[in-house]
Ligand binder design. Structure first.
Ligand SMILES: Nc1ncnc2c1ncn2[C@@H]1O[C@H](COP(=O)(O)OP(=O)(O)OP(=O)(O)O)[C@@H](O)[C@H]1O
Length: 349
């Protein structure tokens, strides 16, 4: 929780969003297939899911840009069906910022502050530019800004009128990875500092965990799980959620070699295995250990690793050699693998 507001915030109930089919007689597309979720005042909720799962459509329904085919969107218990976009008191930030090209930075940030006296407006613009890490940028033409700076200005502009809910649709996804990571941290800080309630759409798991208090995982128009990041990564509700979060190997919890992953299965993240050396201590009970037969070996980023087939699951995994090296096992050799404790989850636990 980032704030201390008193209202109940956003309530989404059984929302369905449909689009007409592309051609004559083409069936309608159901982008959101009955979603219910709450965003209490002061919370940042991430909507996380693969491309096309309906995240933007749900966000647009909340904004009032897309009328739901059925269901309801309410703020503090008041239904918003009859409230147009500009009367909802919500802010919007999109992937490409959509700055006004003919205004300078200050002119963009001040856009939503037209009712304020000049001095108060200037003070608020300076405060917001400080908040997003662009002090002194007031008079810069927006055409001279980098992609990251543009998104910072877009964030400052949307926060300036103190929206009761901020809707962010993939605001960082046009930026390169290292910039995205830095901006995700800064975005989190800005939302917390302003106690802003927010709904943040992303397809990036790490970004969701960095920015949000809770993460809602979406697939094919439905929510699969809503949880705090720690709980989500430690206890994904299903194999589908676990796979989306980056878990690759499923041990137990289902029928058939390698096809487990049902309730109670252990899931191990990609890159989560290491070869146990003879001198390594026996891992604790929460850490799966498996015998495996080496199938291949290689060096990645200067470190040796092997592909090995787990017994009895008969699934192939990649495992790193212990730091400091030693002999790299040959194909056909039997080894023991341990999953890193931080890379293991319990599915549906
Ligand atoms: N205006 C539209 N008309 C018809 N179909 C649409 C429209 N907008 C979205 N869709 C379809 O609805 C589904 C959900 O799209 P949506 O953009 O909500 O997903 P998303 O999870 O935000 O994806 P992305 O991350 O790629 O933006 C997709 O099948 C998409 O093709």
């Amino acid at each position: 929780m980032t704030g201390t507001g008193t209202g109940s915030g956003l309530a989404v109930r059984d929302v369905v969003v449909r689009y007409p089919g592309a051609g004559r007689g083409a069936p309608a597309v159901t982008a959101v297939a009955g979603v219910s979720v709450d965003v209490p005042v002061g919370e940042v909720l991430a909507l996380l899911g693969p491309s096309g799962c309906g995240k933007s459509s749900l966000l647009r329904a909340v904004a009032g840009l897309e009328p739901p085919a059925s269901g309801a969107v309410a703020w503090d218990g008041v239904d918003l069906a009859a409230v147009p976009v500009h009367r909802r008191g919500f802010g919007l930030v999109f992937q490409d910022g959509q700055l006004f090209p003919h205004r300078d930075v200050a002119g963009n940030v001040a856009y939503g502050l037209r009712g304020l006296p000049r001095d108060a407006r200037a003070a608020r613009v300076a405060e917001l530019l400080d908040l997003v890490g662009l002090p002194g940028y007031d008079r810069r033409p927006v055409a001279t800004l980098s992609g990251g700076e543009r998104q910072r200005v877009a964030l400052a502009r949307s926060l300036a009128p103190r929206p009761r809910l901020l809707l962010l649709d993939e605001p960082l996804s046009a930026l390169d990875r290292s910039l995205r990571e830095r901006l995700a941290d800064d975005l989190r800080r800005a939302l917390v500092a302003t106690a802003t309630t927010a709904l943040f759409v992303t397809h990036d798991q790490d970004e969701a965990a960095t920015v949000a208090d809770r993460v809602a995982v979406m697939s094919a128009g439905r929510l699969l799980q809503v949880d705090e990041p720690e709980a989500l990564w430690r206890r994904p509700a299903s194999r589908e959620v676990a796979e989306f979060l980056g878990y690759r190997t499923f041990l137990g919890g289902g029928a058939g070699a390698g096809s487990g992953g049902g309730s109670g299965a252990l899931a191990v993240a990609a890159g989560g295995w290491r070869v146990l050396g003879p001198a390594d201590p026996e891992p604790g009970p929460a850490t799966p250990v498996r015998a495996a037969v080496v199938a291949d070996r290689r060096t990645r980023r200067g470190r040796a690793e092997v592909d090995a087939v787990l017994e009895p699951e008969d699934v192939r995994v990649t495992a790193a050699l212990p730091a400091g090296g030693g002999a790299v096992p040959e194909p056909g050799e039997r080894v023991r693998l341990a999953a890193e404790a931080g890379a293991v989850a319990v599915v549906g636990g």
